[in-house]
Design a protein around this ligand. Structure first.
Ligand SMILES: NCc1[nH]cc(CCC(=O)O)c1CC(=O)O
Length: 302
């Protein structure tokens, strides 16, 4: 009988995701023994500084990667959105189970939808992408930085009397906090972050027995989507936190790819839609198109 150690952050969302992966692995491999090893990351330890100001990549993943390299865990379980597109030597992104909703959720007790929010309203978000997309859709809205786990964010919404906050819909579903959601935002307007809603499994290279365990729980359609989205981020990334979204999904037998970059104040935006039989090819098409339209130069101004 084989045993695997899963590395996880300690936040309620991270633990939910790790236990979900553990359950899928147990179901696929009866008799497999699983241990969950929890740890804090820099992102967990530094709670009061806006993430872009901390300035490093992999704020929520580095300690898990160190545990992988040190052979203290066999798999690191991440919100795939938090996993940088370039990984340390010897590590690889090996798989993702079926993705949940990639959408953002609007949370408010004052307004039923982001559309209703008036000029001068205050929205809490720590994400440059969310700020840029809302500023573009709703000029005149103001922003406050927001960090912390789900409970902290909901508490700040109420304490500060803000008009709303934005969080990943998947996170709220997983923690059964949907009652707070005013609206699941339209992904056609508010293009999700790369890999939002997906859980990613990172492993050491050269361990085929571990790869084989993961193979059984991977969703091929999810993998095609998230790899295509990660390609766009990797090609265009200017800094540690960028106002960039990419969303690939399959519908009606074809892949649809939507890419977005903008300035944080929403004053300039580049957006593209691509369709075809293969998500990876659409990602390459999107990168070439965005490069030709000055996306690197736009992101350098952020
Ligand atoms: N570090 C932020 C982060 N990383 C992953 C999630 C949510 C889960 C997901 O997108 O898969 C969140 C919170 C949020 O975006 O509101």
């Amino acid at each position: 009988m084989m045993k695997v150690r899963l590395g996880s952050r300690k936040s309620p969302l991270a633990l939910w995701q790790t236990r979900w992966v553990a359950g899928l692995l147990e179901e696929a491999h009866p008799g497999l023994e699983i241990e969950v090893v929890t740890m804090d990351t820099i992102g967990d330890k530094i709670r009061d500084v806006p993430l872009p100001k901390i300035g490093a990549k992999g704020l929520f993943t580095q300690e898990l990667e160190q545990a992988l390299v040190a052979d203290e865990v066999d798999m690191a379980i991440h919100s795939l959105k938090d996993l940088p597109t370039s990984l340390p030597e010897g590590l690889k992104f090996q798989g993702a189970p079926r993705r949940a909703s990639p959408a953002d959720a609007f949370i408010s007790t004052k307004w039923k939808s982001i559309e209703e929010v008036p000029e001068g309203a205050v929205i809490g978000t720590g994400s440059m992408r969310r700020q840029a997309q809302i500023a573009y859709a709703k000029p005149g809205v103001r922003f406050e930085d927001l960090r912390g786990n789900i409970d902290t964010r909901l508490r700040k919404l109420h304490e500060n009397g803000w008009d709303g906050i934005i969080m990943a819909a998947a996170a709220l579903h997983r923690l059964e906090a949907q009652e707070h959601v005013a609206e699941e935002m339209d992904v056609a307007r508010f293009v999700p972050a790369v890999s939002q809603g997906a859980v990613g499994i990172e492993v050491r290279e050269g361990r085929p027995e571990v790869d084989a365990l993961i193979e059984a729980i991977v969703c091929p359609e999810t993998m095609e989507a998230v790899l295509a989205e990660r390609h766009f981020l990797r090609a265009l990334e200017g800094g540690c936190s960028v106002p960039l979204g990419a969303h690939a999904h399959k519908a009606g037998g074809a892949w649809h790819y939507h890419a977005w970059v903008g300035l944080p104040d929403g004053s300039e935006v580049i957006e593209g839609h691509y369709s075809g039989p293969n998500a990876a090819e659409l990602a390459h098409e999107a990168v070439a198109d965005f490069e030709g339209r000055g996306a690197h130069e736009l992101l350098e101004r952020v």
